[in-house]
Design a protein around this ligand. Structure first.
Ligand SMILES: [Zn+2]
Length: 302
């Protein structure tokens, strides 16, 4: 194909990609072959509760999954002091990641629930530096387009910072101090966005085989789960009721809560897509992937 035609295809591809919305489909997990996925989790429990089944499937398929925890979760507990909450949530985060097969975790340590007051450029700089350090093939975080359904501003701020970091990490004039320290600009090929719910989902991962591990990892996050139970009890009381199962869960077994809030939603999504359990994503892929398949010259992994 003449170079001019290829160039036109590239331009058309870039113009049209934003407008074309493919229907959501079950997507097989590619073998990782040593490639890296960076998962940016605003809080300790997000990577588990939103996409734990997929994280486990990526780990199983040989991907190096690196999970970045942005905040310290210091207020996500009930009846515990801040310092104890930070300590417990950090331990629980690592236990959950271990269950999901994640070996690499990074804590950024931003104060939880007030990240809107943090310096946005500083958050973005951290993400850019991590992209340049880990050189991921793909990145996964909260969908920046899901803000309309999102009442947690930590999620909104992190989603926007990651989306912006994905293109600015490629510029040589964004944070030249990184380059002076030996890092290089880096481009991410796929962005796997999740949310509640995912608007305009494109890809569905069958997590039937990893759902049990997702549930076990969720149970590891005992501190935020107790806080969820407390919130549910407060709202139930305002509605004029109590639920014996919630009363029991404030100090007792959390499995029924995980069944209701983690396992059942994944099974409902699975039913929608004809599998046992599923997690949905809006995936944004590099515009030129198809052209590279036919016209690209292999240069090997970076
Ligand atoms: Zn969160």
């Amino acid at each position: 194909m003449p170079e001019r035609t290829i160039f036109l295809l590239v331009v058309l591809c870039c113009i049209c990609s934003a407008a074309v919305q493919a229907a959501a489909r079950i997507t097989p997990i590619d073998p990782g072959n040593g490639r890296t996925i960076l998962v940016v989790s605003p809080h300790a429990d997000d990577a588990t509760l939103f996409i734990g089944g997929t994280v486990a499937a990526w780990s199983d398929a040989g991907w190096r999954v690196v999970v970045i925890r942005v905040t310290d979760d210091r207020w996500d507990s009930i009846g515990l002091p801040e310092a104890e909450t930070i300590k417990r949530s950090s331990i629980e985060f690592r236990q959950a990641m271990s269950i999901l097969g994640v070996k690499d975790v990074v804590d950024l340590g931003f104060q939880t629930d007030v990240i809107t007051d943090a310096d946005r450029l500083q958050i973005r700089e951290h993400i850019i530096r991590l992209i340049r350090t880990w050189k991921p093939y793909a990145i996964s975080t909260i969908d920046p387009y899901s803000g309309v359904h999102e009442d947690n501003q930590d999620h909104v701020v992190v989603a926007e910072a990651v989306a912006e970091a994905c293109w600015t990490a490629q510029f040589d004039k964004h944070h030249p101090e990184h380059l002076a320290a030996g890092l290089q600009p880096h481009g991410v090929v796929e962005k796997w966005y999740f949310g509640r719910p995912v608007r305009e989902a494109t890809d569905v991962i069958d997590v039937t085989r990893t759902l049990e591990r997702k549930a076990r990892a969720a149970l590891a996050h005992e501190t935020p789960l107790r806080n969820i139970v407390h919130q549910l009890r407060l709202q139930s009381r305002t509605a004029g009721h109590s639920l014996p199962s919630l009363d029991a869960a404030i100090t007792g077994d959390l499995k029924p809560l995980v069944e209701s809030f983690v396992v059942a939603p994944a099974q409902t999504k699975g039913k929608r897509h004809g599998v046992g359990a599923a997690e949905e994503f809006r995936v944004v892929r590099f515009d030129l992937l198809e052209i590279l398949k036919t016209h690209g010259v292999p240069v090997g992994p970076r």
